[in-house]
Design a protein. Structure first.
Length: 110
């Protein structure tokens, strides 16, 4: 891996699935007790988007240096578990890729 690739930010999409056995007050109490709002995301991690999907939970996309990925993982384990069921996926911004493909197809390419 090149030095540039090692230092390039990575994106991570985190699904925070609601535990429907907990009502909103219980969720907020547990998040407050875990210091969620102060600790997540950890320092050095940027929130790209944070969406609430009714009936599902929350979808958070983060951007970070690769070396902070374990820090994010530990913070999710420390403060999200017991409130949310978490799923994490490495992601990337497809908008510029789509633009290149669209232009290539318009030019007669595949």
């Amino acid at each position: 891996m090149s030095d540039q690739a090692a230092s390039s930010p990575v994106m991570l999409t985190v699904f925070l699935r609601h535990d429907q056995s907990l009502n909103l007050n219980a969720v907020q109490s547990r998040l407050k007790e875990a210091e969620w709002w102060d600790r997540f995301p950890p320092a050095g991690v940027e929130i790209v988007s944070w969406t609430v999907a009714m009936g599902f939970g929350q979808i958070v996309t983060l951007s970070m240096p690769p070396d902070l990925l374990p820090v994010v993982n530990v913070e999710l384990e420390r403060s999200a578990w017991g409130v949310f069921r978490t799923e994490c996926y490495p992601t990337y911004d497809f908008v510029p890729v789509r633009a290149r493909i669209t232009e290539r197809v318009r030019q007669g390419g595949v």
